[in-house]
Design a protein around this ligand. Structure first.
Ligand SMILES: Cc1cc2nc3c(=O)[nH]c(=O)nc-3n(C[C@H](O)[C@H](O)[C@H](O)COP(=O)(O)O)c2cc1C
Length: 323
């Protein structure tokens, strides 16, 4: 079915097409999801950070920022969902246009800048549609106008507002689209930030999401901060400022061109982190073979964003059947 709809979607402006897809997922719900893919795929349960996941393939942050389509994602077969990035106060994000697609590279570009309805509104919506068996992560950010030396207050406030709906939280310090945000990955900020948020998490798992553009020293520092602060694991990676030849736009690139760097960062982090700290690998994943490669390289879970846009929601079951 997606094969028929895709040419229409790809004729639309990327952000409009995304909005239309999400609207369909919201109102079509579980019924629409079942039309996309047949029976659930069992036999891939995993336990990570004390949580039981029905399978290791999750929806990456940013696709459903406001948590509008949980029954659809559940029906599509995802083992877990990451909602957000949410900020404590609602914000509109950057001016449009702010999303691009590059089909010849299976890549997307965005400089959205965390448009979202605010943590409390998202929590209220998620509370209505989540089930006990769902595994839901809430990805936390700071508002654009909050300075870095007060960033921890924003992350903690967004965590508090989503306390009752999150199974785990993610401190997102790696979006390239909020000015200065990635500076929070430096040791000077990160250990203290993660320590404060971990304290607020009251024992629930906390992950930190890192950039693929960190160099070896930066990865080493971030891994050290994660360990020192008692953070439970790492999500690697967010979008990159690197570009394939001929691709120009302002913001973060995702999809196939990110795969190699994302794999590389996974391998480096696996060597840096304590064996018990799980890594969620994300970036350019679009096949069962790639998922297998990430799990073999030491990831405990994976997430997908861009490949869903190019392949459609059936991809999730196709991957699970191929694992
Ligand atoms: C349009 C768009 C919006 C995104 N928004 C967020 C976000 O709000 N928070 C976040 O942590 N990552 C966000 N991401 C990054 C993805 O979660 C993921 O880390 C990245 O796209 C790499 O995965 P992929 O190659 O499968 O797309 C966004 C990505 C895209 C393409």
């Amino acid at each position: 079915m997606y094969g028929l709809i895709r040419p229409l979607l790809f004729r639309m402006d990327p952000e409009r097409a995304h909005g239309f897809g999400l609207w369909s997922a919201r109102w079509g719900g579980g019924l629409l999801a079942r039309l996309t893919g047949g029976a659930p795929v069992a036999g891939h349960e995993v336990e990570v950070a004390g949580l039981r996941f029905p399978n290791p393939v999750g929806l990456a942050a940013g696709f459903d920022k406001n948590g509008v389509a949980l029954p659809f994602w559940r029906g599509v077969g995802f083992g877990f969902l990451e909602i957000g990035t949410v900020t404590p106060r609602p914000q509109p994000g950057n001016p449009k246009p702010r999303m691009w697609r590059f089909p010849e590279h299976d890549a997307l570009g965005n400089k959205l800048g965390f448009p979202n309805e605010g943590a409390a509104a998202v929590a209220k919506r998620v509370a209505k549609s989540r089930r006990d068996s769902d595994v839901i992560g809430i990805n936390l950010g700071k508002n654009k106008d909050t300075p870095n030396d007060r960033a921890a207050d924003d992350y903690v406030a967004a965590l508090e507002a989503t306390r009752n709906v999150a199974d785990y939280w993610v401190v997102n310090v790696s979006s390239p689209n909020t000015p200065g945000l990635r500076e929070l990955q430096s040791r000077a900020y990160l250990t203290d930030l993660l320590g404060q948020v971990k304290h607020a998490a009251q024992g629930k798992p906390l992950f930190v999401k890192l950039s693929p553009d960190l160099d070896d020293a930066g990865l080493c520092d971030a891994a050290g901060s994660c360990q020192d602060a008692g953070c439970d694991g790492v999500i690697a990676t967010n979008t990159t400022l690197q570009r394939p030849d001929g691709v120009t736009f302002e913001g973060g690139l995702s999809g196939a061109p990110l795969a190699e760097r994302s794999r590389d960062v996974l391998t480096k982090l696996r060597a840096l982190l304590d064996d018990k700290k799980p890594i969620i690998s994300v970036g350019g994943i679009g096949s069962a073979e790639e998922v297998r490669a990430r799990l073999d390289a030491g990831a405990s879970l994976v997430q997908i964003y861009s490949a869903l846009v190019f392949e459609g929601p059936r991809l999730v079951r196709k991957i699970l059947r191929g694992l």
